[in-house]
Design a protein around this ligand. Structure first.
Ligand code: PGA
Length: 256
């Protein structure tokens, strides 16, 4: 079975209104022929402007985080329904930078997943092990815990609405990409976990993206792996020239 491919940019804390709008406008014609869905996770302040530019194009705009409450006295936080209202269709949850710098736990992330689904946003749950965990041979154990505590309590109908992004922490922003073989093995492990939890059909329908130093030079080899359904792209998504190349990767060995 051939799953939908997705290339998702993650702008992190970059780009002003004008930069965002002009990027989306220029990307639209370049992304039109992509074999993948093109997603952009942008800062809160530019969601509305980016979504306006993305209307009637193949680009989908989303956010990088949200709070788990529907609304309330949480100074500085943002609600899923506000993101939706501004034009976001999806939200990254549990990115390793949120886990590391803002101490987000699996339990908190799980609440956000539920809230995002209630608010009509597609969650992209980010998981990944640190270098120490990898070197200690704990990758699978760590991922299973992040998956179980992050999404393990969902019904299969809800699980089939989300995406997973495997981002080894040691590969994010370091220039060190997991080899396609390493990533494929981890993705397969995640897919088996999904199958054990919700059955083959759901497991086969969930897109699992790879993230961590994805660039034009490595995207085709990554996308050739059967369980790598797309990429979550940080630094290279900030530059139109690089991101448009990634979006238009040539798949070497697409499954039929
Ligand atoms: P990077 O970031 O592509 O710059 O490594 C990926 C991410 O953090 O999503």
């Amino acid at each position: 079975m051939s799953r939908q491919k997705v290339i998702c940019g993650n702008w992190k804390m970059y780009k002003t209104l004008e930069e965002a709008a002009s990027f989306v406008k220029s990307l639209a014609p370049l992304a039109a022929e992509s074999q993948a869905l093109v997603y952009l996770a942008v800062p809160f302040t530019v969601i509305a402007a980016a979504a306006r530019e993305a209307a009637n194009t193949s680009i989908t705009i989303g956010a990088q985080n949200m709070n788990d409450a529907s609304e309330g006295a949480f100074t500085g936080e943002i609600a899923g329904k506000m993101l939706k209202d501004a034009g976001a269709s999806f939200v990254l949850l549990g990115h390793s930078e949120r886990r590391r710098y803002f101490f987000e736990t699996d339990e908190f992330i799980n609440k956000k997943v539920h809230r995002a689904l209630q608010d009509g946003l597609q969650p992209i749950l980010c998981v990944g092990e640190t270098l120490e965990e990898k070197e200690a041979g704990r990758t699978e154990e760590i991922l299973e815990k992040q998956l179980q505590d992050g999404i393990g309590d969902l019904e299969s109908s809800a699980a089939s609405k989300l995406m997973i992004a495997y981002e080894p922490v040691w590969a994010i922003g370091t220039g060190q990409t997991a080899t396609p073989e390493i990533a494929q093995n981890v993705h397969l492990h995640c897919r088996r976990w999904l199958a054990a939890k919700w059955g083959e059909e759901t497991a086969e329908s969930v897109a699992i993206l790879y993230g961590g130093s994805v660039k034009p030079e490595n995207i085709s080899d990554l996308m050739a792996e059967p369980d790598i359904d797309g990429a979550l792209v940080g630094a290279a998504s900030l530059k139109l020239e690089l991101f448009s190349k990634i979006v238009n990767y040539i798949a070497k060995d697409i499954e039929t």
